[in-house]
Every structure is written in structure tokens, then in C-alpha cells.
Design a protein around this ligand. Structure first.
Ligand SMILES: [Zn+2]
Length: 145
């Protein structure tokens, strides 16, 4: 497991950004929106309705970052499942590769981790657009049919 407790949303990027009650409201709105398959903009609108003082810009940042986080963790789950079948997949850090990539993410680009080491790294910061791509540890392990 990755250390999160049930019902708790959001990775370390969210720590210290808010307190108790507001945190719960935001978490449940993010969770509900994602469970309903809503897009970032729709989830951000919900957040903006539920937490009045949040503002649409911050709501969009949170929705975007939470969706990236969920996507990254789901990707790692897939890699872990592949390892069970004997394919030693590593997770390789990739950025959006444009001129908006921050120096911190740029530095991580191309770094390879085991899926469990990779947990919680993405998003590196709010609005992070990075993702994991599969990387095969040892090409000789892959059987071609
Ligand atoms: Zn990034």
C-alpha cells in the first residue's frame, strides 16, 4: 500500500494548503467528480460552488493536480500488475517536454524507478503535467511471440 488511509485524497502536493473542514469538503468533491468521470473543468466548477472562497483559478489547479495524481498512481498500479506476470517494468519520468516545464521536473526527466519507489512523486508540484511511461528493466526478459 502507499500509506494513504481510506477516503483520504490527494498526495503530498496538497499538504499544508488548507485545514480540516475545508480539506474534507475539497477531498470529497474531488473524489466524487473523479468517480463520476467528470473532466478537470467540471470538477473545478463543482469545487468553486462548494467552497466559495476558493476561487476558480485555485479550484482548477486543484482539480488538474488531483486528476494527474490519480492518473499517475493508476499507471503505477498497471506496472505493478505487469511485474506480477514477470515483466520487470520500471517507471520512467516524462515531462510535457515544452518550454513551460519547471527546472525541478526537467531534472527528473528520464529517471527510472520501480513502481513502488515511484509512488507519490507525481505530481511534483501543483499543476505538474508529468507522467510515467513504462521502461523495461531487462529487454531479454520480454518474450517475443
Ligand atoms: Zn512536472
Amino acid at each position: 500500500m502507499d500509506g494513504r488511509t481510506d477516503g483520504q485524497m490527494a498526495g503530498s502536493w496538497m499538504d499544508g494548503q488548507m485545514d480540516g473542514r475545508m480539506d474534507k469538503k475539497i477531498s470529497s468533491t474531488l473524489a466524487t467528480g473523479m468517480a463520476q468521470g467528470k473532466g478537470v473543468m467540471a470538477i473545478a466548477d463543482d469545487l468553486n460552488d462548494v467552497v466559495k472562497k476558493i476561487g476558480i483559478t485555485r479550484a482548477r489547479m486543484m482539480a488538474r493536480t488531483e486528476v494527474i495524481s490519480a492518473h499517475a498512481e493508476a499507471t503505477l498500479n498497471t506496472y505493478e500488475e505487469a511485474r506480477v506476470t514477470g515483466v520487470e517494468l520500471l517507471s520512467e519520468f516524462t515531462t510535457a517536454e515544452d518550454n513551460k516545464v519547471c527546472p525541478k521536473c526537467e531534472e527528473l526527466a528520464g529517471t527510472r524507478y520501480t513502481p513502488s519507489e515511484a509512488r507519490g512523486i507525481i505530481p511534483v508540484h501543483p499543476n505538474c503535467r508529468c507522467a510515467w511511461v513504462p521502461s523495461i528493466d531487462d529487454a531479454s526478459q520480454v518474450e517475443l511471440r
